[in-house]
Design a binder for this molecule. Structure first.
Ligand code: SAM
Length: 207
């Protein structure tokens, strides 16, 4: 990624539809009450800020320093309590404490080995905790974006949906990944008319 990619994702995260869809995803989980939420591959930090607003102690992690700089700027402007640090999925095992929630939004589709990444995310969450995966589905096509906009989806930067759909068309993750994951329960919720999927993977509670 690069400075240009950080600018692009900062722009996209400011779109009304993108914000609303990710807020709906974060609201699948109950208010945080100070529990630890780590947002991996946070980009400019939208999901991290939404988690902080929901009452979690939210930390965004991304391996790209431009993304972290953008996230820190956005959080400061929004007076968000979200914190950010440079880091990689591979470094999660070294975290001082396991998280109550780990989120990964539009991350698994960009890593070399999604199954290994998901295993690392699950290992970094507490027993009884949750991994929240947010990903465009196979329904995210340019035609579907046009249809949604044609049916009245509006708001700031709605053309970002066309851009996003073009970029992600044919690159949806395979949901079989979640059946193979070492999780106790998997719950699925569609958002953005099913163009975006939210998978909640719960790990087994401690005995
Ligand atoms: C497609 S962007 C998604 C950004 C944001 N989560 C969103 O949904 O708008 C993917 C992000 O994951 C980050 N990333 C990719 N591989 C990573 C890894 N192995 N560890 C940490 N971050 C990673 C990239 O730097 C980028 O910011």
């Amino acid at each position: 990624m690069s400075f240009a990619a950080a600018k692009l994702f900062d722009w996209l995260q400011g779109a009304d539809f993108y914000h609303a869809a990710h807020r709906a995803a974060v609201e699948q989980l109950p208010p945080g009450g100070g529990k630890l939420w780590v947002d991996v591959g946070c980009g400019p930090g939208l999901v991290t800020r939404l988690a902080a607003a929901r009452g979690y102690r939210a930390i965004g992690v991304d391996r790209d320093r431009h993304m972290i700089a953008a996230a820190q700027r956005r959080a400061a402007r929004a007076a968000s309590a979200a914190a950010f640090q440079i880091g990689d999925i591979d470094g999660l095992a070294a975290m001082p404490a396991r998280a109550d929630v780990i989120s990964a939004a539009s991350l698994l589709a960009v890593v070399d080995d999604p199954a290994a990444a998901l295993t690392a995310l699950l290992a970094a969450v507490k027993p009884g905790g949750c991994v929240l995966v947010i990903e465009p589905t196979a329904a995210m096509t340019p035609a579907a974006a046009d249809t949604l906009i044609g049916h009245g989806l509006g708001g700031k930067r709605v053309n970002g949906l066309r851009l996003w759909a073009r970029a992600r068309h044919g690159r949806a993750i395979n949901p079989d990944l979640f059946d193979m994951a070492r999780a106790n329960a998997v719950h699925y919720a569609p958002v953005l008319a099913g163009l975006l999927g939210v998978w909640m993977l719960r790990t087994a509670a401690a005995q």
